[in-house]
Design a protein around this ligand. Structure first.
Ligand code: ADP
Ligand code: MG
Length: 399
């Protein structure tokens, strides 16, 4: 069914060496891991391979050491956190290739796990140097990529290795690819996309791609202001990219030709100052925004209408909050729409896939992240996928 090999396609790997690319770029404070989400995401793959008796060598990058060793960016710092999540002792190997790794492999027993040093300590990683990749591959029998979040980069450990060894998608990668395929690759129609966030400029390619893919494009957040301005609406002091109004109009035209209905808010929440519950807070029609006011959220009437649109859809893909959700009450539209999407997903009428750093934070804030069909925590890779780009790390896994 799938176009890539998964761990289900592995034969007998007992005693074989698995080179497993995972995401261990963990948030840390004072030498401690503050959020183990990414380790938990990698755990099913690690467990699966150790249960099959493979020797598991974890590959990952951490921070941006730019091709040089750095004591503050050594992956030795995450060993304890990984041990805690997988409930197993983990060996640390201060190299990524060569004799030191070879000796480590000799010491490891089937089912054991080791972490190799930060791949970005070597210049060959980001250059995707075939020589570097070959040196890493020399110590492994097969390659597993479980780091969708790094799949938009063609680096030695995300792409090069897949060309040198039998390559498989790990469990997290597999889940991500299957969810994304359901959302945009092969979705049940009608499909809606919600795109919000601060700026049009950061998501131009996303918008351009989506208009040819979805039946309904819901635009909110700061970027809606640019579209409203393009339509001749005076958006006052709102965040707005006036230099992009032509581009916005082109996108609206393309959408029209493709049969994609674009939804812009017709009521909005405005204020004269950007603060929590400001005295100047009011809700108005988009045509009534005063020169000294800012649009900070989509209005309740628009939210209700958008909820009705979602009720007619089978699939939703969401990136970007509807308003400045970090500050109350400008979280209202995002929270309300998130709850509608979550309820429809729970009922089973909507497949909902969301991604993006702030989007995930907003859905957690709304308390509905669990009810979405799938939440992607891969920021850059998720956006590039929404742009319709082929991700090199994924392409390299193709059968
Ligand atoms: P993501 O990280 O999910 O891709 P973005 O980074 O594109 O999302 O956008 C999130 C940011 O957009 C939030 O910080 C939010 O406050 C801001 N934002 C949303 N709507 C507005 C608005 N009307 N005015 C100003 N900022 C906004
Ligand atoms: Mg963001």
């Amino acid at each position: 069914m799938s176009t890539f090999r998964t761990l289900d396609d592995l034969g007998d790997v007992s005693g074989k060496v698995a080179l497993v690319r995972v995401d261990l770029n963990l948030p840390m404070r004072d030498g401690d891991v503050t959020d183990a989400t990414r380790i938990r995401a990698a755990a099913p793959t690690i467990r699966d391979l150790t249960e099959k008796g493979a020797k598991v060598l974890l590959l990952a990058h951490f921070g941006r050491p730019k091709g040089e060793r750095s004591s503050t960016m050594s992956l030795s710092m995450v060993v304890g956190a990984v041990e805690k999540v997988i409930g197993k002792e983990v060996m640390f190997v201060p190299e990524i290739a060569g004799d030191v790794v070879k000796q480590a492999v000799g010491i490891l027993r089937p089912g054991d796990v080791a972490i190799l040093e930060n791949s970005r300590f070597w210049k060959g990683e980001e250059k995707n140097d075939p020589e570097f990749a070959r040196a890493i591959a020399a110590n492994g029998d097969f390659y597993v990529n479980d780091a969708f979040s790094a799949a938009h980069r063609a680096h030695a450990t995300t792409e090069g290795l897949a060309r040198l060894l039998p390559a498989y998608a790990g469990r997290s990668m597999q889940a991500e690819l299957e969810a994304l395929d359901k959302a945009l690759g092969n979705p049940e129609k009608p499909v809606a996309a919600i795109v919000g966030g601060a700026k049009v400029s950061s998501k131009l390619d996303v918008l351009k791609h989506l208009v040819s893919q979805v039946d309904h494009l819901i635009i909110g957040g700061g970027m809606a202001n640019t579209f409203l301005a393009a339509k001749g609406v005076d958006v006052g002091k709102s965040l707005c990219e006036h230099d992009l109004t032509d581009t916005a109009n082109e996108i609206l035209e393309t959408a029209d030709k493709a049969g994609c209905t674009v939804h812009l808010p017709y009521d909005v929440v405005v204020a004269k100052e950007f603060a929590s519950n400001p005295a100047s807070l009011r809700t108005c029609n988009v045509h009534e925004v005063a020169a000294d006011e800012m649009i900070l959220d989509v209005g309740p009437a628009a939210v209700e209408a958008l909820g009705d649109v979602l009720k007619t859809c089978r699939t939703l893909v969401w990136n970007g909050p509807m308003g400045a959700f970090e500050t109350e009450p400008f979280d209202a539209a995002t929270v309300a729409l998130a709850r509608i999407a979550a309820a429809l997903s729970k009922e089973g009428t909507l497949i909902s896939v969301a991604g993006g750093g702030d989007t995930v934070a907003a859905l957690n804030h709304a308390g509905v992240a669990e009810d979405f069909s799938y939440i992607s925590t891969a920021g850059g890779a998720f956006l590039e996928w929404m742009e319709g780009k082929e991700l090199p790390g994924v392409a390299a896994l193709a059968k």
